[in-house]
Structure formats: structure tokens, C-alpha cells
Design a protein around this ligand. Structure first.
Ligand code: ARG
Length: 464
């Protein structure tokens, strides 16, 4: 049975039903569709468009439908097309005429927009909370590694020594911005489109603000055309999710590298690693790899939606139904990835000796030696060249900087005194970077207290 069948004389081709039906995925909106319909029914009664008695029957009937859906007792039909019409048809089947009054002063166009916004509000809040947990795991790792010195890299070449905690805290900052982006996006999602109708607004005196308030929205949309045809709030979410996934992917890439025998900076917990079906010795970082790989689909959804929307005239066009799978998949991907990332980070072991050895092998205090010569009056460019020659000499003779005596150093740089040795130690190098945001232990201690405050609070408090 089609709820819009009046002007048609022939039934829809079943191939069309299969093609345009969205129930296969938009069933996930059922709870929000029911919430939206209940608030709409109350709004109609308040405006005296339907009776309070009918509104009661509608609200109660929808409540029972919700219970039955959650109990898995209500199969959906492809013929009814989407979640909105599945539920409305079921309501009519159950309560008859009052059910036929529900769609007064409403269109599926404002209905689908309100469902999506309600769904997204919950998901934004849930994902924000999950990022917070990931940050907490990173802060724990930072606490545990605040005395560990590791190589910092540029071009993936050993560059300067840093505290391992400093590295973990860099990700805390990235994820903080991700949370802020989601919280900011929330403001634009948190607007109620009900009352926009199909495109031009409705003819019934519905109190839009009251309905919006019932649903927990902070505002109502200001333009009916925009209300039914805007998808930028969703694109914004997917964009923020894409950036989040990109950050997760970078972290995963480092975990993968660090877990290789070549780096050997960390040991992943057995519970978060997998084996090989053929090579008995293998312990693979599959979780991190899969998380890195899943970034691609979220970025793909972003490009897909921007492309889908870019040529659409106002107002609603069926093309927009394509937003749903992108939205659901983005949510499921972020939730799934964050759900395993946090315990993987929390359970991994960091290996300080390996990190420190990598610093020694990589001439990581070469910049400090140049800075030392600058303090002795050598122009920086000349100091750079002198230290470059020292590094070359060490490489040719399989030596590290620490192997050179002061006398040997003075052959290259007569300005060097005995105090040169303590300046070019790893610890001295780190200690010297006392600027705000630097890697000195005291600066990192400050960064840790900042991070502890950041992870003490949710930015969004929704249903989750
Ligand atoms: N399933 C549709 C969607 O997701 C609902 C809105 C349909 N509106 C319409 N006028 N055909 O976009």
C-alpha cells in the first residue's frame, strides 16, 4: 500500500521499489522518527488542528510501535519505501483514522531533516565522549613516559630528542580540536526544521518553537527552503569526522612503525595484535592498520556528499537520500575505530631503552652542539657547518657524538670547552627546550596539567 497512491492508476514497478527504497538503511532513524512524530502530533493538538484525544492515540500508538521495533517484532517493508512511511503506515494499520491525521502540516522533507538532526545530535555527543576517552588513554601514557627520551623526527629521519610524553601530548591536542569541531558542528545541527513542510512552510498555526523545545532543539530554522534542502550540517560532521580519522590514522601509522623490529619502541598487547596464518613468528598490528585504512571511507563519504549536493537546485531532491548511508557509515566507522583505539593505546608498553638508543645512533644532539658553539661566539651558519663535519667524521668512523672526547671535538671546533659534554647529552638537550610548548620536563609537566584539565570534561552532553 502506497501512502501517496491517489493520483496513480498503476502500481510502482517492483524494480523501482527496490531501487529507490531507503528502508534498508534509514530504519536506523526509527527512534528519532517516532520522537519527531510524537512532538508534531502534540504540536498539531496545541494548534487545535487535531484533538487532544487523537494526539494521545497517535503518541501512544507510536510508543507501542517503538517497543515492537526494539523487540524485533516489526518487520519493515521495501514497498513502503522508507522509515517514515513504514512507521506511518503501521500507525494507520493500528489506530486507523487518527493515524491518518498525523501527516497534517508536515512533509517527509521536513520529517527526514528533523530525524537526521536528532540522530546526529546523539551521535556527535557519543563520538565526542569516545574521543575524550582516547585522550585520557594518551594522557595516561604521557604520565607513564614523562621521563623517557625518544627521537623526534622530521622527514622520518631522527631530528632532536624529545620526551615520549611530549609526543603523546601532541595527539591530545589534535583530538581536543576534533572534539571542539564536533561541538561547534553541534550548534548548527541543533536547529529544528519542522514546520518547513515540503518547502514553503505550512498553513497550520503550529507553534514551531514549542515543538522544537519538546524535541530539545535550541532554535528553529529561519527559512523553509533552506530547512528542507540544507545538508551542510551533515557534510560538516563528515568533514570533522574525516579530520578526526586522519589524526587517528597518523597515530596508527606511528604505532605500526614503532611496533616493527626496526624501531621496537613499543610492544602492543597480545589482545590487540594478531598472528599470521603462515608465519609463526608474526605479531601484526592489524587493529592500527585497519583503523588507518578506514580513514579512506570517511574521506570518500565527504567527497561523495559534496559532489552529490553541488548541483542541486532548491529545495528537496531525491538525490539527497544518498546522504544516509554516508552518515551512518561515518558514525559506525568512528565509533568502531575509537572503541578499539582507546584500549589498544592504554595497553601498549613503551620501551625506554630502545628509544634512547635510537637517539644516540641518530646524532640527535647535533643542533645542541651547534647552539653551544653559537653561545661561544661562532655564527650559527658556521656552527652548522662545523657540526656537519663532526657528524660526517663520526659516520665514517662508526662513532656517536658521545664517543668523542673534548679534545677530538676541539679539532673541529677550538671554541669547545669541557662543558661541551654536558650540553650535548640527551637530557641537557631536552632540558634546554623550556619554551611554552617545548619538550623540557618542566614544560611537559605544565602541558600535562593542561591536558588533565582538557580531559576532565565533556564538551557535549547529549543522551549518551
Ligand atoms: N527517504 C527520503 C530521504 O531520505 C525521505 C524524504 C523523501 N521525500 C520525498 N519528497 N520523496 O531523503
Amino acid at each position: 500500500m502506497k501512502l501517496w497512491g491517489g493520483r496513480f492508476t498503476r502500481p510502482t514497478d517492483t524494480r523501482v521499489d527496490d531501487f529507490h527504497s531507503s528502508i534498508g538503511f534509514d530504519w536506523q532513524l526509527y527512534r528519532y522518527d517516532i520522537m519527531g512524530s510524537q512532538a508534531h502530533a502534540r504540536g498539531l493538538a496545541r494548534a487545535r488542528v487535531i484533538t487532544e484525544a487523537d494526539a494521545d492515540l497517535i503518541v501512544e500508538g507510536l510508543e507501542q510501535i517503538l517497543t515492537d521495533i526494539e523487540a524485533g517484532k516489526l518487520p519493515f517493508s521495501v514497498e513502503a519505501e522508507d522509515i517514515h512511511m513504514n512507521i506511518e503506515a503501521e500507525l494507520i494499520a493500528r489506530i486507523g483514522e487518527p493515524g491518518r491525521r498525523l501527516h497534517t502540516g508536515r512533509s517527509r522533507n521536513d520529517q527526514v531533516a528533523v530525524d537526521t538532526r536528532l540522530y546526529l545530535k546523539d551521535q556527535l555527543s557519543k563520538i565526542e565522549g569516545m574521543i575524550l576517552e582516547l585522550q585520557q588513554a594518551l594522557v595516561e601514557q604521557a604520565e607513564a613516559t614523562k621521563n623517557y627520551i625518544m627521537p623526534g623526527f622530521t622527514h622520518l629521519q631522527p631530528a632532536q630528542p624529545i620526551l615520549a610524553a611530549h609526543h603523546f601530548l601532541a595527539y591530545v591536542e589534535m583530538f581536543q580540536r576534533d572534539r571542539e569541531r564536533l561541538a561547534d558542528c553541534y550548534k548548527r545541527v541543533d536547529v529544528c526544521p519542522l514546520g518547513a513542510g515540503a518547502l514553503a512552510g505550512v498553513t497550520y498555526p503550529i507553534d514551531r518553537e514549542w515543538v522544537a523545545q519538546q524535541l530539545g532543539f535550541s532554535a528553529v530554522t529561519a527559512n523553509s527552503l533552506d530547512a528542507v534542502s540544507a545538508r551542510d550540517y551533515l557534510i560538516e560532521f563528515i568533514s570533522a569526522a574525516g579530520i578526526l580519522m586522519m589524526h587517528i590514522s597518523r597515530l596508527c601509522e606511528e604505532i605500526i612503525l614503532w611496533a616493527t623490529p626496526a624501531f621496537n619502541f613499543i610492544e602492543l598487547d597480545d589482545a590487540f595484535s594478531t598472528g599470521s596464518s603462515i608465519m609463526p613468528q608474526k605479531k601484526n598490528p592489524d587493529v592500527a592498520e585497519l583503523a588507518r585504512g578506514k580513514t579512506g571511507r570517511v574521506v570518500g563519504h565527504l567527497v561523495g556528499l559534496l559532489t552529490m549536493m553541488k548541483g542541486l537546485p532548491l529545495a528537496y531532491n531525491k538525490d539527497m537520500q544518498e546522504d544516509k548511508e554516508a552518515m551512518f557509515d561515518t558514525v559506525h566507522t568512528c565509533v568502531g575505530v575509537l572503541g578499539v583505539m582507546t584500549p589498544m593505546i592504554r595497553s601498549m608498553q613503551v620501551k625506554p631503552e630502545r628509544m634512547e638508543n635510537a637517539c644516540v645512533e641518530g646524532f640527535l644532539t647535533a643542533t645542541d652542539l651547534a647552539d653551544y658553539l653559537v653561545r661561544k661566539g661562532v655564527p650559527f651558519r658556521s656552527a652548522h657547518e662545523i657540526v656537519g663535519k663532526i657528524v660526517l667524521y663520526c659516520t665514517e668512523n662508526q662513532l656517536t657524538l658521545a664517543d668523542l672526547s673534548t679534545a677530538e671535538l676541539r679539532r673541529f671546533a677550538p671554541e669547545a670547552d669541557d662543558d661541551v659534554q654536558e650540553t650535548i647529552s640527551l637530557q641537557a638537550s631536552v632540558n634546554a627546550r623550556m619554551v611554552i610548548g617545548g619538550t623540557a620536563p618542566a614544560a611537559v609537566e605544565n602541558a600535562l596539567s593542561r591536558a588533565r584539565k582538557l580531559v576532565a570534561d565533556r564538551l557535549l552532553r547529549g543522551a549518551n
